[in-house]
Write a protein that binds this ligand. Sequence first.
Ligand code: ADP
Length: 484
Amino acid sequence: MKILLASSEVFPFSKTGGLADMVGALGRAIVNAGHEAVIVTPLYRGIREKFPALRRVDWHFNLPLGQQWAQAELWELKRKGEAKVYFIDNPGYFDRAGIYLENHISYADNAERFIFFSKCVVHLARYLPWQAEVVHVHDWQVALVPALILQQKNAGWANPPATCLTIHNLAYQGVFPAEAFALTNLTADYFGPDGVGVEYFGLLNCLKGGIVFADHITTVSPRYAREITTEELGCGLDGVLRENAGKLNGILNGVDYTDWNTTQNSHIFKPYSVTRPSGKRINKLELQKQVGLPADEKIPLFGTISRLAEQKGVDIQLGALEEMLNSDIQFVQLGSGSPEYERGYRELAARFPGKVAVQFGYDENLSHRIEAGCDFFLMPSRFEPCGLNQMYSLRYGTIPIVRATGGLDDSVIDYNENALKANGVKFHDYTSRALAKAIRKALAIYQQPQLFRQFRRNGMKADFSWDKTVEEYLKVYQSALPRA
Ligand code: ADP
C-alpha cells in the first residue's frame, strides 16, 4: 500500500509531544512492514541546519487562501529504511521561533498557517507522481484535508485517495471564528447546516470537519476511543463521535524502541537491560548528581516529564507531593508550559531543598536520563489519549504510577488486576489524596526488594513495539480503501 502521512510535527524534525513520536515511528513501521510511506510536514526554523541532507525539489506552487494566494516551496529528505519526508517551505508561516505559539500565546494566524499546510498536503496527494492510496492525517492541523479532497473529487478528481484521521487529543480541535472558513475556499455547503460540515456552534471546527469527512477515524488507545464518545471526556464532540462511531477505532500507540531503549542509547549514563540490570543504579546516581539532588541509591526517586498543561494532573501532583515529600523521597521533574504550574513546582522545590529538582524547557537528553535514573514515574493525568512516557518508563525499568484513564489504563497492569504480571500502580479518583495513596503503595513495593524487582522485570519485558501496532493501522487502511 502507499500511505501519505501528514502531520504538523514529526520526530526528529519537530516535536512538542507524543504526536511527533507517533508519526515518525508510524512512517518507519509502515516501511518496515513492506509498504510505502511518505510524510508531509512543515519546514520549521532550524530543520535545514540540523538535517543538511535536505534537498530542494524543483517544484513550487501557489494555492488560494480565501481571496489571496500563498506560495509553497518543497524540500525532501530520503533516509535509508525510512519514509521519505517532504517539507513545506513558506518562511512567513513556518520560519518562526515556535511551532504553535510563542511566549505562551498562540500565533494569531494559526488558522491560516494550517489551512495552508492542509492545502499543500492535498496538492501533493493529487500531483506527486507517487500516488497515495490513503492519506492519513493527524490532529486538527490537517483535519480539513478529507473535506478538501472531497471537494476536489466532486470537481473532477478521478480516484482520489481514501482518508484516515487520527485523533491524538480531542481537547485540541482547531476552533476559529466563522470568518476563517473563507480561507478554506470550500463551498458554503461545507459550513453546515445541522452538523454535516466543518461548522460547529457557529464556528469553524477543523477536527469536527475531519470526523465528519474522513473515511476512517482512529484514536490512540482503545479506552480513549470509548471515552471520547461520552459526555465526560467528549470535549463537546461526543455526539458527533457517537454518530460516527461505526468508523472509529482505538489503536494503542507503539513505542519506537530504536530511539527508546536502554542498551544502545547515547543519552543515558550506562546501558542496562532486564538480564543485566545493574547499570540502572549508575543512571540513578548520575541523574541525582546532574540535577543537584544528594546522590544516594537508597532514597526512592520519583520523576515526571510532561507538558505543564491542565490535562497532565499537575494540580493533584503538587498536592500529593506536598504531603509525601515529608517522607524520605526525592522528586525530579522536567516540563514546560503554563507559567502558573512552573511557579507551583518552583515553590515546591524551594520548600523541600535537597529533595526536589525542577527543570523547565524541552530537553530530549534529560528526558532519557530521567526515564533511566528514576525508580518511579508519575503520570496522574486527568485524561490521557495514549501517553508514551508510561510505556518508555516500563522499558526503562521505572515503575509507572498512573491514573486509570485512556491509554494509561490500557498499558499499565496494577497488582489488583494481575499480581504476577503487575508492572505499575494505578489509582482512580482525580484527587491529591488518591495519588498520595498510590505513592504510598509504591513505597511499600520499594521496601520489598523482591517484589520491586518483579515489577521492574515485568515492565521491562512488556512489548509495545510498532510491529503489532502497524498491523492494526494496515487493517484500517485496507478497510478504508473500498469505502472511498
Ligand atoms: P503528550 O503528547 O500529551 O504531550 P505523551 O506522553 O504522549 O504526551 O508524549 C509526550 C512526549 O513528549 C514524550 O516523548 C515525552 O518524553 C516528551 N516530552 C514532554 N515534555 C518534554 C520536555 N519538557 N522535554 C523533553 N521531552 C518532553
